[in-house]
Design a protein around this ligand. Sequence first.
Ligand code: SAH
Length: 257
Amino acid sequence: MQQPVPRVRFPVRLNSPTDASPVSVRERSAAMPPMGRSTASQAARSRMVQRLAKQGIADARVLRAFDTVERHRFVDSAWVSQAYEDISLPIGLGQTISKPSVVARMIELLLQAPALMHPSGESLGRVLDIGTGCGYQAAVLACVAHEVYSIERLRVLHERARINLRPFRLANLHLLHGDGMAGYPKGAPYAGIIVAASGSSAPMAWIEQLAVGGRIVAPFGSAQDNQALVVIDKNITGVQQCILDAVRFVPLKSGIA
Ligand code: SAH
């Protein structure tokens, strides 16, 4: 159930700028062979996509991206057999990869924003992905957006994501190590900002770095059992937010480690 809350004001957060610099996955992986495709994993992926469609995901671009990106390559070997189930899975350092239905819902919401299309008309413009984690969501985003900047505060996960993503050769995906609460001004303005960790409110930096007509999709709420998915649209007169589904995300934290 959508609850429109017009004209929300956001507190200004004082964040130090990140020292992140973009890293093209392609540059770092030129020597890698293209990813192999196993029939078994393709079948599991197809079943996942059918389930997502039944759950209400209707955007063909989203379904195609989920059919393409091999989720089992982003999880620890102990979890590979569960990679295509609709569950969140541990990715180390107390963090989790969100369940596919939540990732799909968030990306579909991003694609439904009022004025986000790249001039090609097919894909979303530039997107900021906050909380790279294992890199799975970033890879899916790279299939539906023209350019993706994905930022992670934990260096260990940032490096793991780089390794996970290398074989995909996604030239439009840039991995950053930094504090996503400050956004990433060098890539702004963004058509969309998508956040994989729950904070108490949207930092002013996100609103400032969002293009007019752009959309933020993020969970808000600090207690694990009191979070909601929120959509924030920026238009020429201000911002408007809609509170959507109840969700469960890891906390958004400031600073880098
Ligand atoms: N989309 C990810 C989900 C990872 S879980 C995936 O597909 O795996 C959320 C991630 O957000 C964690 O890795 C956590 O370290 C990161 N995070 C939390 N606060 C952050 C911040 N301020 N800036 C960047 N990343 C942050």
